[in-house]
Unconditional design. Sequence first.
Length: 132
Amino acid sequence: MTAKCFADTNVAIYALDADAAKRAKALAILDSRPFISTQVVNEYLNVLLVKRRLDRAAANELARALMSTCDVVSVTAAITDLAMSIGERYQLSHWDSLIVAAALAADCDTLYSEDMQDGQVFEGRLTVRNPF
């Protein structure tokens, strides 16, 4: 069975970073065609528009490129319900719980994120790895 990974929003953001080491690590993850969720795409767009101050056309182009290089999981009612349970069980923010729930729904075994504890395991099958 091939390992499947999920990339949190910070991976996509670091793919554009001025820090060459962070950029290289992020690009290596994105080159492996990870799973992301519609939440990741929307958070990415928000960072590009608000923090990076890109115009909408440029931000949309980057978001479409991200979606074309990743497998996108839609955040559904079932994933939202799972996220609520995960948030209670693991004391995560709702937004982090949605990321974990989407990764679990995609049957991923690795979640690349710097927002959660490196090495934390969810549901006995999803391990957080901080690549940065």
